[in-house]
Design a protein around this ligand. Structure first.
Ligand SMILES: Nc1ncnc2c1ncn2[C@@H]1O[C@H](COP(=O)(O)OP(=O)(O)OP(=O)(O)O)[C@@H](O)[C@H]1O
Ligand SMILES: O=P(O)(O)OC[C@H]1O[C@H](OP(=O)(O)OP(=O)(O)O)[C@H](O)[C@@H]1O
Length: 220
């Protein structure tokens, strides 16, 4: 088995927020892993036993769940959607702060009351979160699984509601939607593969500790 530990990082907005924390944890990639137009996906670091891979945010959870990466960073939204017992999330990194919410058209007929519906159609990138949420209140959700642009669904008749991430609310507003309920708050988490933690407790535990200390260190 290779001794190298793989850290899976999500390309996109979390990566952009991560630079300072990684530096404080002593992770200095040998090349600029934030260059989104680079074709390169795996980067050595100043630590000969740590390589960084840059993957899509949802795929961070897949790489870590399968042990292809031993540690990773992803949003709590991704963890809720995956709900995988192989993933342990010991640290809240306090970045990527947003929420998973339900939204609907601002023009909904005022006479209708969604709280009384027994079935709803929901467009989302988070089918499991949406299904679980509505099932818990006895509502059957017909899921329309999209990978983006959920905000178009209500006005085009694709679904009554959407379940999506909201931060400032400006995306909803720009598309004539209103947030009606927060399902869960979201921040980014450090995640580790449980089997790797069991079989290599010192190496993986040391990385968790380095991140914990980096989080407590004041940002320069
Ligand atoms: N508006 C936001 N504010 C803060 N954090 C966010 C926001 N949107 C997304 N995030 C966080 O960033 C993560 C990645 O989101 P991002 O939008 O960068 O990727 P994506 O577009 O969903 O990925 P993909 O390219 O695979 O479609 C999300 O899982 C979430 O945890
Ligand atoms: O409430 P707001 O501040 O408007 O943020 C919410 C938006 O942010 C995310 O999209 P992102 O900008 O990451 O683009 P994406 O649709 O490509 O994921 C999310 O999917 C929402 O569309």
């Amino acid at each position: 088995m290779s001794e190298t530990i793989i850290l899976a990082l999500p390309k996109g907005r979390i990566l952009a927020e991560l630079g300072g924390l990684l530096a404080r944890a002593g992770i200095v990639p040998a090349a600029d892993y934030t260059e989104e137009d680079s074709r390169r996906l795996r980067f050595p670091t100043s630590d000969p036993l740590l390589d960084v891979v840059r993957v899509r945010p949802f795929d961070v959870a897949t790489f870590v769940a399968h042990g292809a990466a031993q540690i990773g960073i992803c949003g709590a939204d991704v963890l809720m959607e995956f709900d995988d017992a192989e993933i342990y999330a010991p640290l809240d990194l306090g970045i990527g702060r947003c929420r998973v919410s339900i939204a609907e058209s601002e023009h909904r007929d005022a006479a209708e009351n969604p709280a009384q519906w027994s079935r709803v159609s929901v467009a989302t990138k988070y089918p499991n979160i949406a299904r679980r949420h509505f099932a818990a209140r006895g509502v059957q959700a017909e899921i329309v699984h999209l990978n983006g642009a959920m905000e178009l669904a209500p006005s085009l008749g694709l679904a009554q509601l959407i379940v999506d991430l909201v931060q400032t609310g400006s995306t909803l507003k720009a598309n004539g939607l209103v947030e009606t309920e927060v399902i869960a708050p979201v921040t980014s988490r450090l995640i580790v593969n449980r089997t790797a933690l069991k079989t290599r407790p010192e190496a993986i535990g040391a990385w968790i500790e380095r991140f914990r200390i980096a989080l407590e260190a004041p940002a320069p």
